[in-house]
Design a protein around this ligand. Structure first.
Ligand code: PEP
Ligand code: MG
Length: 586
């Protein structure tokens, strides 16, 4: 009988699943140690064996993938046996008397860097090949178990130390049932994706990769932020009844999606959807959104990389994506957020020095990256302009702190328009221009920003992170990440007041907008437009329809007068118990 274990973490969706664990190791822990001359033959033999084994793995993999990927895998086999590389690895080992995996890693990194220094964009995807080959050989040498994302058995629940947004997308497209991850908060982009796709997941589960093994059974109760490894028959009975409840709720939500988000005292709240991929735009209206308030374009870039398209999507690829969403949405709002790379969204295969920061959330992120990479940015702006003839598109810039960032973007836009005119391409002249308020700096200078934009949107995920100096992806400080902290409350209030003073429409599009328990706070603060993951919309409508605006305003007034976070939390909890007793996570 395997040991039953109950653990807790941070659930991302109100759903539950049951499946088989697959422990995913996405990077290989490299050890460095000294060897003697006598060890050399054995080290060389280990390398030769690892190369043979890696070839066998690739041949097996080829049987499960389509022909475009087979060509790449054939090339991997050729690169595996590259004599120049293998000779150099052996030479490095004998000269430095270090273990063979260290030598292999050093030599492969050297070639990776060499390619990086060649100014040829089409060589960029060689980085990923070299990295892939390096990881494969190293994991074979270290006998680490890597997982082929190409062949995931049905019913798999991925368990990993950490996971990138790109990994999440790939696994979701392979049909995994759930994720259990050691690190990460609920507003990390990996977590946001699991929510967008309604895949029951739990982040921040301490030591999970050591507490379970591949093929263990697991119940992922994302609804209650808990999981059970090797559940017994009672647990399975419970699982079934919770699942039935979830299905019942889903039925109720189908009805709610069609209703207006209107308070008991008749204030209508605008509800928009956040989307991460073009295909999501097919369903947003049926979930009850009146448009898209945030399209995170960077996932197009990350995803493209993994389907072996060019790493940076061309203007044409982007144009098609934006056009597809525009056509799906018709007359509805469509806000395209320009590229927000950096932070926890890095292009996995680009040379690390290009994009790696010591403090990624404080570094070369979002608008900063775009303004410094004019070609990349203009490619996106041109694509957006071209798609603007298909619907009412608005452009929104992420992480703006300076009015000069808006001015520079507008200049790029003008250049793009001139170019397009010369090329005989059409675009709309009525594109609205907005910025995300994601830093205290932006929040406190809304008056200056207002002169340059048509609308604002609050990126609360980042605003909270930057206000409280609390990494949104770090589960160890998640307990500090609290929207009720007076600093956040005051900033939100001042943003709402300034936006209204300068007559600029304001939306809130962070995860807070889809968090049931904070809706009374947001309405009480004066927000009248919210953008969230589509799956959250019906529940949020239910809450708005159960609230009186007047009560929410009194709640917020009282919260703003508290002296401690605990008092504020107590006020909200009491309010929820009294007015919204059906909320699960009160
Ligand atoms: C935010 O920061 O709240 C936001 C909407 O942007 P993202 O989550 O993509 O950083
Ligand atoms: Mg943000």
């Amino acid at each position: 009988m395997k040991k039953r274990l109950i653990l807790n973490g941070l659930g991302t969706v109100n759903d539950i699943t049951f499946g088989n664990v697959l422990v995913y190791k996405n990077s290989v822990a490299l050890q460095i140690y000294n060897i003697t001359e006598d060890d050399l033959p054995l080290e060389y033999e280990r390398l030769d064996r690892a190369i043979e084994e890696s070839k066998e793995q690739i041949i097996e993999l080829k049987k499960t993938v389509d022909s475009s990927i087979c060509n790449i895998l054939d090339m991997h086999i050729i690169m595996l046996y590259d004599k120049l590389i293998l000779d150099e690895v052996k030479e490095f080992t004998s000269e430095n008397l270090k273990n063979i995996e260290y030598a292999y890693s050093e030599v492969m990194d050297k070639y990776s860097k060499k390619i990086a220094s060649v100014p040829n964009a089409s060589l960029a995807d060689r980085f990923s090949d070299i990295d892939d080959i390096k990881n494969r050989v190293l994991s074979t040498l270290l006998k680490a178990s890597t997982v082929e994302k190409h062949s995931i058995p049905k019913g798999t629940v991925i368990v990993a130390k950490n996971i990138t947004p790109t990994d999440v997308l790939q696994f979701i497209h392979k049909g995994v049932y759930g994720f259990i991850i050691e690190t990460g908060g609920t507003t990390s982009h990996a977590a946001i994706l699991t929510r967008a796709y309604s895949v029951p997941s739990i982040f921040g589960v301490h030591n999970i990769t050591n507490l379970c093994k591949t093929d263990d059974k697991v119940i992922v109760n994302s609804y209650e932020s808990s999981l059970i490894i090797n559940p017994d028959s009672n647990d399975l009975g419970n699982y079934k009844s919770i699942k039935e409840n979830v299905l019942k709720e889903k039925k109720e939500y189908e009805y709610l999606a069609k209703e207006d988000a209107i308070t008991l005292d008749n204030t209508k709240i605008k509800i928009l959807a956040n989307i991460d991929l073009p295909e999501e735009s097919e369903n947003v209206l049926s979930y009850g959104a009146s448009g898209v308030g945030l399209y995170r374009t960077e996932f197009l870039y990350l995803y493209t990389d993994n389907t072996n398209e060019p790493i940076l999507p061309t203007e044409e690829v982007q144009f098609e994506a934006y056009k597809r969403i525009a056509l799906n949405l018709g007359d509805a709002d469509f806000v395209i957020r320009t590229l927000d790379l950096g932070g926890d969204k890095v292009l996995p295969t680009i040379d690390e020095s290009f994009i790696k920061d010591e403090n990624p959330f404080l570094g070369w992120r979002a608008i900063r990256f775009c303004l410094a990479n004019k070609d990349i940015f203009k490619t996106q702006l041109r694509a957006i302009l071209r798609a603007s003839v298909y619907s009412d598109i608005s452009i929104m810039l992420p992480m703006v702190n300076f009015t000069s960032e808006i001015v520079a973007t507008k200049e790029y836009m003008e250049e793009c328009k001139e170019e397009l005119l010369k090329e005989g391409m059409s675009f709309s002249n009525n594109i609205k221009f907005g910025v995300l308020i994601e830093t205290p700096a932006a929040a406190l200078t809304l008056d200056s920003l207002a002169k340059h934009v048509d609308f604002f949107s609050i990126g609360s995920n980042d605003l909270i992170q930057y206000t409280l100096a609390c990494d949104r992806t770090n589960e160890r400080v998640n307990y500090l990440y609290d929207p009720l902290h007076m600093s956040v409350m005051r900033l939100l209030k001042s943003i709402v007041d300034s936006a209204s003073e300068y007559n600029r429409p304001l939306t809130l599009c962070g995860e807070l907008a889809g968090s049931a328990e904070y809706i009374p706070v947001l309405l009480g603060l004066g927000l009248r437009s919210l953008s969230m993951s589509s799956v959250s919309i019906p529940m949020i409508k239910k809450i708005i329809r159960s609230l009186k605006l007047e009560d929410s305003e009194i709640l917020v007034k009282d919260i703003l007068e508290t002296e401690t976070l605990a008092e504020a939390q107590k006020l909200l909890n009491n309010f929820l118990k009294e007015k919204l007793p059906f909320i699960k996570k009160a």
